[in-house]
Write a protein that binds this ligand. Structure first.
Ligand code: ADP
Ligand code: ASP
Ligand code: MG
Length: 404
């Protein structure tokens, strides 16, 4: 059985007209003799609306109920697609995560798919039907609805491709591929024909929303090639694949950025073993992701300044947790809510010296001050003032010849 998984994102299912288009694209694969599994996100904006509803009640909404609410957006979209396919004379039905079932492990809102029961869907495929599966959700061992992280229908698609041994996994979205940077911010961005899992994972983790990071980890682990393309224009997309399939003439593959970071500095923390762990433990327990970390020896001996970054949305909670933490002592807390992180990503930097210098020099020439730096084998990230973000992305895009 030749199976293709087609995933449609929020904008692609964002109106009735677009739902009709999704049905049309799906039918075109049926005509090419594929068995099709459709995966749908919620209609654009719906999941955010659901988040707002919960926030009106509480900032500490019960996690299981929170997920149960957030998963409802996908129910509407998947049933609309199945409805349209039926209306056009095709056998189709929607499936929610618990109906498949799609089994997940881990915390609510950040669960991961670990198993998928194939039986009923296979039977339906064999009878010529088109299953439309609600992305972003599953059930856990307590039989409760779970969600798998914002943007998670990408991961639903990859895991369905894995379990059904699909020949293709296509992510339909509102841009026609993965670009050197967000094409909606930098019009000079160029479409990347092929990108390695490693580079895509870094770009996605560092802010390129086009693919959810976990989905790329899952694809890499299971060696699933992904095609990212537009649901609006019939153009070739980008392929995310193994490193050896990708030629690398560019040192840098792309520039990613985040907009909503916050920087916290604890001034005058007592410098003794385990202090950083004591500070970060409650944050970790509350699912707050600490990103960049720097520790400076302060002028007074036995004290240190600890700086770290988090997402802006976690700032209130983080401040509360730090103030509540009686195990740590510090003289002052400084907060900068208007910082952004800009990163360059590319496997080429492993073998090319001088990339760091070129990055810092290009930023310096534009008078952009670097607040914090972090690096890995294939990425360099800097934290800067948010007001300099666009300028920084533009200059780095140009410096590494991504405009050409
Ligand atoms: P979907 O709803 O289809 O899942 P998303 O909004 O999650 O779509 O992702 C698509 C968006 O990702 C694009 O509209 C684009 O603005 C953004 N984006 C950020 N970085 C990149 C990049 N490097 N290449 C392509 N798109 C990007
Ligand atoms: N609807 C979910 C979200 O907005 C999942 C997704 O779009 O992939 O995060
Ligand atoms: Mg998405």
């Amino acid at each position: 059985m030749k199976i293709v998984v087609l995933k449609f994102g929020g904008t692609s299912v964002g109106s009735i007209q677009r739902i009709k288009n999704v049905a049309k694209i799906s039918i075109s694969y049926l005509k090419k003799n594929y068995k099709i599994i459709v995966v749908s996100s919620a209609m654009k904006g719906e999941t955010n609306k659901l988040v707002k509803l919960t926030k009106q009640l509480s900032n500490n909404f019960l996690p299981a109920e929170y997920d149960s609410i957030l998963a409802t957006g996908e129910q509407v979209a998947s049933a609309l697609i199945a409805g349209r396919l039926n209306d056009q004379g095709y056998l189709s039905r929607s499936w929610l995560g618990w109906q498949v079932p799609i089994f997940t492990h881990g915390k609510y809102s950040h669960s991961r798919i670990v198993n998928i029961n194939k039986k009923n869907i296979l039977k339906f495929l064999k009878s010529g039907g088109i299953p439309v599966i609600a992305g972003f959700q599953g059930i856990n061992s307590d039989n409760r609805v779970t969600t798998i992280g914002r943007g998670g229908s990408d991961a639903s698609a990859i895991m369905l491709a894995k379990f059904f041994k699909a020949e293709k996994c296509i992510i339909y979205t509102d841009v026609d591929g993965v670009y050197t940077t967000d094409p909606n911010v930098v019009p000079k961005a160029k479409k990347i024909q092929k990108i390695s899992y490693e580079e895509m994972l870094e770009m996605a983790s560092l802010g390129a929303k086009v693919m959810q990071p976990h989905s790329i980890q899952d694809a890499r682990l299971n060696r699933i090639d992904i095609e990212v393309k537009s649901s609006f224009k019939n153009l070739p997309g980008s392929i995310i694949t193994k490193r050896k399939n990708v030629s690398s003439k560019n040192i840098i593959r792309g520039v990613s950025f985040t907009k909503n970071d916050a920087k916290i500095t604890l001034v005058g923390v007592k410098d003794r073993p385990g202090v950083a762990a004591t500070i970060f433990e409650p944050l970790f327990k509350n699912s707050i992701n600490v990103d960049m970390v720097v520790q400076n020896i302060s002028s007074k001996k036995k004290e240190t300044d600890l700086t770290f970054t988090i997402k802006n949305e976690d700032l209130l909670k983080t401040k509360k947790l730090i103030r509540k933490n009686k195990k740590i002592k510090f003289n002052n807390i400084l907060i900068d809510e208007k910082v952004s992180k800009v990163s360059i990503v590319g496997v080429g930097m492993i073998t090319t010296p001088g990339v760091t210098f070129r990055m810092f020099n290009a930023l310096a020439k534009k008078n952009i001050n670097i607040l914090v730096i972090s690096t890995s084998e294939i990425k360099i990230s800097v934290l800067i003032d948010r007001k300099n973000l666009k300028k920084a992305v533009d200059v780095l895009h140009k410096e590494f010849k991504l405009d050409i």
